[in-house]
Design a protein. Structure first.
Length: 179
């Protein structure tokens, strides 16, 4: 796997430091509250795991699985709910935890859909933001890193279900995904 990586964007240590910082921000902003963290599977599971341990106030977690990519490298724009939440949202403070905010289409759709369930608030925590690819009017309230428009993998992000287990975030060599 490592031979498929063109360069490392963020090391294991840089990721850990940024996640701690985001956890401190969320803890401060939600002091006295019990936010519900919603991981958008599969990509955000690694980030969610580290983020929830960096939050030092009570919080709960739940999971959604959505698909808008299929097996390709570009979003189809059609969001399919594969697994919905188990937790009622009415009156809750909700934080959608996402690995990467790319086109924004999926998060825009999710935020609208979840708003219909009448939570008290909805915010987005995205480890990575790729604004050059944005096609929908959505932004992260908590953002780790702004990344270039390159194909990145690791720390939960994949290509064809591979590379999620890399402990860092790296740029995938173009010849890997253009075959």
């Amino acid at each position: 796997m490592k031979e498929d990586i063109q360069s490392v964007l963020y090391s294991k240590e840089q990721l850990a430091q940024k996640v701690r910082q985001l956890g401190q921000e969320i803890s401060r902003d939600y002091a006295g509250k019990n936010p519900l963290l919603v991981s958008v599977l599969k990509g955000s599971v690694v980030f969610m795991s580290d983020l929830m341990r960096a939050i030092d106030i009570p919080c709960q977690i739940d999971f959604m699985m959505v698909s808008s990519y299929g097996s390709g490298v570009k979003t189809s724009g059609v969001v399919k709910i594969m697994k919905d939440l188990d937790t009622p949202l009415e009156g809750r403070d909700l934080i959608i935890v996402e690995d990467i905010l790319d086109s924004g289409k999926t998060l825009y759709y999710l935020k609208g859909m979840l708003s219909d369930r009448q939570p008290k608030s909805i915010r987005i925590a995205a480890l990575l933001d790729k604004p050059d690819r944005r096609e929908a009017p959505v932004s992260a309230d908590y953002c780790g890193f702004v990344v270039p428009d390159q194909f990145i993998v690791g720390y939960g992000l994949d290509y064809a279900e591979k590379y999620r287990n890399l402990p860092y975030i790296g740029v995938l060599k173009p010849e890997i995904y253009s075959e």
